[in-house]
Design a protein around this ligand. Structure first.
Ligand SMILES: CC(C)(COP(=O)(O)OP(=O)(O)OC[C@H]1O[C@@H](n2cnc3c(N)ncnc32)[C@H](O)[C@@H]1OP(=O)(O)O)[C@@H](O)C(=O)NCCC(=O)NCCS
Length: 176
């Protein structure tokens, strides 16, 4: 997959998260990168996050680094995980692109690849994203990646904090 922005075309791959990728969590745990995500996490929260990223698998979901090809350089992260939403078992997705690679269409391309991965690996019919209503970039990523806006919702993130989010959904065609 390649982007169609003014920057040189980028080809991406999603690579399942590995132990060596801990440093990526450090890069995405800055005030700038977590502005819409409740702010930076402490060491214990990051360690717990790494463990979740390394162990989530199969029908439960999967986490990936986003890498440019063919050099394999990390440009961001993305993934999908299961949750219950309004009585339905669904997948949720979330993404981050390192600041020096933002604005090139990478998040939207990665989200399209993630949709294919969730359809290939998972059993659930719908993938949702819940960007804050005041997060234009992430809402634009949903639109560009082919999600449909269902409307506004009250969304808990991080735990104990409720924000106004948009509920975006895309159908996951069964791979079979
Ligand atoms: C959200 C994020 C992933 C976008 O990554 P990106 O690779 O720069 O996004 P893209 O280049 O694919 O841009 C997608 C669209 O958002 C738009 N956009 C980007 N930044 C924007 C901004 N600050 N305000 C308005 N629109 C913006 C782009 O113009 C583009 O739309 P267009 O092609 O129609 O012009 C990135 O900003 C990020 O990692 N933020 C921190 C982590 C985060 O908030 N993650 C999302 C949690 S829900």
């Amino acid at each position: 997959m390649t982007n169609a922005h003014s920057h040189p075309p980028v080809e991406l791959e999603l690579r399942p998260w590995s132990q060596d990728d801990f440093w990526v969590l450090g890069r995405t745990n800055t005030p700038e990168m977590t502005d819409h995500l409740g702010g930076p996490e402490d060491e214990a929260q990051l360690a717990a996050r790494l463990l979740r990223y390394l162990t989530i698998d199969g029908d439960a979901g999967r986490m990936y680094t986003v890498r440019s090809r063919p050099d394999g350089e990390v440009v961001g992260s993305i993934g999908f995980w299961s949750r219950n939403w309004q009585g339905e078992d669904i997948y949720e997705t979330g993404w981050g692109v390192l600041p020096e690679f933002q604005g090139r269409g990478i998040a939207a391309l990665a989200a399209r690849a993630l949709i294919r991965e969730a359809a290939r690996l998972g059993s659930r019919a719908h993938l949702h994203a819940f960007p804050a209503v005041d997060h234009p970039a992430s809402n634009a990523v949903c639109r560009k990646a082919g999600f449909t806006l269902l409307g506004e919702c009250r969304f808990e993130y991080p735990k104990g904090t409720f924000i106004r989010s948009n509920d975006w959904v895309v159908d996951l065609p069964s791979a079979g």
